[in-house]
Ligand binder design. Structure first.
Ligand SMILES: NC(=O)c1ccc[n+]([C@@H]2O[C@H](COP(=O)([O-])OP(=O)(O)OC[C@H]3O[C@@H](n4cnc5c(N)ncnc54)[C@H](OP(=O)(O)O)[C@@H]3O)[C@@H](O)[C@H]2O)c1
Length: 347
């Protein structure tokens, strides 16, 4: 992709199952011109997140994506042209743009609540901690990190000595959630899709144990990893593995349910698990949506920056270079083949 050209990735067709690179298409488009109050932003980093697959299936609260639409994304970029007095060329900002080399952002303060979170307002970013790329504002210091933090301090509240299981334990949210639960004194069990991710979870993210999801012996392997059962669970799936995990809940167990990544990969409505284990354990399951917790973002960034600098938190990104390679990176994310926060370096 040439440096000054403007390219976008659009949805070509609604996927049948797991999104494939061919469902998306790189197109050249006119460079957008900022109106009064707007900024032209040159995108540096693009966040790829599972919810985009749900938006493509027209089922996500952030809005539906239809064929021909530019794929939406949070981006970090540099102000190339400002028509707002509070922003200058060269400012580094976070905004909801799209899978594009350039996007427009609004310079005015966003409306509050969901409307504000989902607006195209520009948020000026402070420099990240030394040695850390600005893409961290899309991962650990952004929405996925905030998700993990809010789940831990508001929904699950793990106590020292409790056992916390985390689905997609090596992913963007999961890697932060597991590390936070350990820092809060819990025993942590990661649930992952491969042996390689299990090794990463144990060796890099310091989970006490990691279990590969699936297979007839999954319940037995989970019971070995969590001998005192599970006091708290962060879940992102809803199928049979989830049901096995529910059967391992301790009395009074808590579950934060954040979505169903398998459902995002399907047009069909997938079967739900039995809820009987919740009854047996007198457990609580909470539907968790990060949009309700953006008031915590400034505090979380402060804490996480400190812990990143102290080495208490490990940062891991799956970085792809080039907008033209974003479709393949997204397909890898949705096939469960990425580790850490999935980022595309655009320019
Ligand atoms: N509710 C909220 O507010 C909120 C906010 C942020 C994220 N989320 C949800 O949290 C989950 C994690 O998000 P993330 O951004 O951190 O993504 P991620 O964990 O980096 O990537 C998604 C992971 O899901 C796992 N997975 C489980 N079942 C899968 C399946 N059937 N097919 C493909 N992958 C599967 C894979 O890990 P393994 O192969 O290791 O299992 C994959 O790497 C997503 O479901 C997302 O929608 C919810």
């Amino acid at each position: 992709v040439a440096a000054k050209a403007n390219y976008s990735v659009v949805l070509r067709q609604r996927p049948e199952g797991v999104i494939a690179p061919d469902d998306l298409e790189l197109t050249e488009r006119p460079l957008p011109a900022p109106a009064g109050g707007q900024l032209l932003v040159r995108v540096q980093f693009l966040s790829l997140d599972p919810y985009m697959a749900s938006a493509v299936q027209q089922r996500h609260p952030s809005g539906a994506v239809f064929p021909g639409d530019v794929m939406p994304a949070e981006v970090v970029g540099v102000v190339e042209q400002s028509r707002h007095p509070d922003f200058a060329e060269g400012d580094v900002v976070l905004t909801r743009g799209g899978w594009s080399t350039f996007c427009l952002a609004d310079g005015d303060a966003p409306a509050s609540g969901l409307q504000g979170i989902l607006s195209a307002a520009a948020h000026r970013l402070p420099p990240p901690p030394p040695g850390i790329p600005a893409s961290v504002y899309l991962g650990l210091l952004g929405m996925p990190g905030l998700t993990a933090y809010a789940i831990m301090i508001r929904t699950l509240r793990p106590q020292p000595g409790e056992t916390v299981a985390v689905f997609a334990a090596a992913g963007a949210v999961g890697s932060a959630a597991g590390q936070l639960a350990r820092l809060m004194g819990a025993r942590t069990v990661g649930i992952v899709g491969s042996e390689a991710k299990a090794a990463h979870a144990r060796d890099v993210l310091a989970y006490d144990a990691a279990v590969v999801r699936g297979g007839d012996d999954f319940p037995e392997r989970l019971a070995v990893a969590a001998p005192r059962r599970l006091d708290a669970v962060v879940s992102n799936v809803c199928g049979s593995v989830f049901e096995s995990v529910l059967w391992q809940l301790a009395h009074g167990g808590r579950v934060a349910f954040t979505g169903d990544v398998a459902q995002y990969n399907s047009r069909e409505i997938l079967p739900s698990p039995s809820l009987s284990p919740l009854l047996a354990a007198r457990a609580t399951m909470t539907g968790f949506v990060v949009y309700d917790h953006y008031d915590l973002l400034p505090r979380w960034r402060e804490i996480a920056c400190e812990w990143l600098v102290d080495g208490k938190l490990v940062l891991h990104e799956d970085l792809t270079e080039g907008l033209e390679r974003a479709p393949e990176a997204f397909a890898r994310l949705m096939r469960g083949e990425t580790t850490g926060k999935t980022i595309v370096a655009v320019g």
